[in-house]
Unconditional design. Structure first.
Lengths: 428, 167
């Protein structure tokens, strides 16, 4: 067997060969241009949004063809504006006090143009970005699976949207994934209102939108028999018992089939879903829950922890470096990754890390846990809000006679230390 | 380009870091195409926060941490995507990736524990000094050395088979 020095030299040479096939200057320049293109698209979208928000109402123009999508794209563009850090306080109202600078509420019933950033209901509703994990195009039940679940605050019944509008509803929730039943499913019905898309929008009918299965169109039925017009836009109607808040775009009337019935083309392209958002919305009549989804820069209250506005503001400004690593550890939960050397996971008792210092984490290993002699514990996930920034060093690792693994953890004092009690650590 | 007190603009940072990130992430992810996407995403994050990132002690370490975190998430997402596709009864059509330089070695590196794998790609592919690797990984230099030493031990058998070494 060759020695460590020879292995080191071999790896050095291999690394040099790998660097030699890295992108050349021309490809790097092209990549930079691509990135500029992505950034410029964001900036131009924000400029348009700012103009819409700041210009006089009578000067804004509504294009009948895209009235409802422009409204929704405005809301999506507002999210992009936040990420780009442009006028976020004005348009998105993050944090206390900023809400006062959000444009006044608008509703579809008023004669204010619907091309406004972020409707009033959305100002106070959190949403979680999700990636579509899988979908079977032959699935008559038209469902998709997303990579967000109960640990992210997702609950059954919550509406799912994308930049086009309503996509469906969450119907099954697991710890870190969920199943979404799409609008086109025959199992789903949504309260809706049709709105004419002339210069002055007005409600033309109220009823229910339901799916037709594998067919991509929807059906609208108005119990009162009121007939909408071809071209009318559909939005959710909301209400205290509704699982959807009002004014989410659903689609457009493309054909009137009978008294009070019509065919609807959804605004969201349900056949090509990649990323969606789950609205963490509960109707006013539902029982409030103590759990909340941690999102970067937001600090929901947790039992036993008081978070001041100053702390929230300070955490909002924290660098992404450590926050993101902890966020991802939190989001992905304690599971043994299938490509890891150790291949087991265990959860420690909660410990109080109110102050910097040394702590002992105690992990109760059962018969299924495998700990090869001398192996080093490589991974930790921390059950704490993702903005919590902790540096730590792993010290001694011992296994007691009763099978309890004890790991000594040193948490140094650090500039951005945020004490939390009852923190649970996982190893994997 | 000096790392501390960076005064150059983002474009210069991109031109310097993009090839290195792609080289590192190609080994990490096993795919050049995925590596280019991940590198772009990480640098896009840096661009969006450039005023803050440029003032950090090590913007280079920051963008590598972001890239590795995104890579880890991407890996998990792909595994869960394949599992979800199987559960929903669809056909898994994951395309085969073209071979990397020294693919056999890097495949074994990807089988190491996450910390050992990260330490190896940062040290040998990205050619970072120990202090900077420690900054990226959020641990001490001593811990980095430990990860590297254990990684080399784990790879010794493979290297022996390639080099034809003797005792």
């Amino acid at each position: 067997m060759i020695d460590d020095g020879q292995v080191d030299a071999y790896l050095i040479r291999a690394g040099e060969r790998q660097r030699a096939v890295a992108p050349d200057a021309a490809l790097t320049r092209r990549a930079l241009n691509d990135l500029r293109g992505r950034v410029n698209a964001t900036v131009s979208g924000a400029d348009e949004l700012l103009a819409a928000a700041e210009g006089p109402v009578e000067q804004r123009q509504v294009e009948d063809r895209d009235a409802y999508s422009r409204r929704w794209l405005s809301a999506a563009a507002a999210a992009i504006v936040v990420v780009a850090g442009i006028a976020a306080a004005v348009l998105f109202g993050r944090g206390e006090g900023a809400l006062t600078t959000v444009p006044p509420a608008t509703s579809i019933e008023s004669d204010v143009l619907i091309d406004m950033p972020r409707p009033d209901w959305a100002v106070s509703i959190d949403m979680v970005d999700a990636q579509v994990l899988g979908r079977n195009p032959d699935n008559i039940d038209v469902r998709i699976e997303i990579d967000r679940g109960s640990v992210h605050g997702v609950m059954v019944g919550m509406p799912v949207i994308n930049s086009g509008g309503l996509v469906g509803s969450v119907t099954t929730v697991h710890q870190d994934t969920s199943v979404v039943t799409l609008l086109t499913s025959t199992d789903l019905s949504v309260g809706a209102k049709t709105v004419s898309t002339g210069t002055v929008p007005e409600i033309t009918a109220s009823g229910v939108v339901s799916g037709r299965g594998a067919d991509t169109s929807l059906r609208f039925d108005s119990p009162s028999g009121t007939v909408p017009s071809v071209g009318d836009a559909l939005f959710t109607v909301g209400g205290s018992d509704s699982l959807q808040p009002p004014d989410i775009p659903i689609g457009r009337i493309v054909n009137v089939t009978g008294e009070g019935a019509a065919d609807v083309q959804p605004t969201a392209d349900l056949s090509r879903l990649d990323r969606v958002q789950v609205l963490l919305y509960r109707p006013a009549t539902s029982t409030p829950t103590a759990s909340a989804t941690p999102t970067p820069g937001r600090a929901p209250d947790q039992p036993g922890i008081t978070i001041s506005a100053e702390q929230r503001a300070a955490w909002d400004n924290e660098g992404e470096r450590l926050i993101r690593s902890k966020q991802e550890a939190f989001e992905n939960g304690p599971y043994p990754a299938d490509d890891q050397a150790l291949g087991f996971a265990a959860q420690s008792d909660p410990i109080d890390i109110s102050e910097p210092g040394q702590y002992e984490l105690r992990f109760h290993l059962d018969d299924t846990a495998r700990l090869p002699d001398g192996e080093f514990v490589d991974g930790f996930a921390i059950n704490a809000p993702p903005w919590l920034s902790i540096r730590y060093d792993i010290g001694n690792i011992n296994i007691d006679d009763d099978g309890t693994m004890v790991i000594t953890l040193s948490i140094p004092d650090q500039e951005a230390f945020k004490p939390f009690d009852a923190v649970t650590f996982w190893i994997y | 380009m000096s790392d501390r007190g960076v005064t150059c603009g983002f474009d210069e940072f991109f031109v310097e870091e993009f090839p290195r990130l792609v080289a590192m992430l190609t080994v990490w992810a096993g795919s050049r195409a995925v590596a280019e996407e991940l590198a772009q995403d990480a640098l896009l994050q840096a661009q969006r926060r450039w005023v803050d990132v440029a003032s950090l002690d090590s913007p280079r370490a920051w963008v590598r941490r972001v890239a590795l975190n995104r890579s880890a998430n991407e890996g998990r997402r792909r595994r869960r995507e394949r599992a979800a596709v199987r559960r929903l009864g669809a056909r898994d059509v994951t395309p085969e990736e073209p071979a990397l330089v020294d693919d056999g070695l890097w495949a074994r590196v990807r089988e190491l524990s996450p910390s050992q794998r990260d330490a190896v790609v940062l040290r040998y592919v990205d050619d970072l000094p120990l202090a900077e690797i420690a900054l990226v990984m959020g641990c001490t230099e001593g811990t980095v050395k430990t990860h590297l030493q254990r990684a080399r031990s784990a790879l010794a058998a493979y290297v022996t088979s390639r080099e034809g070494g003797t005792q």
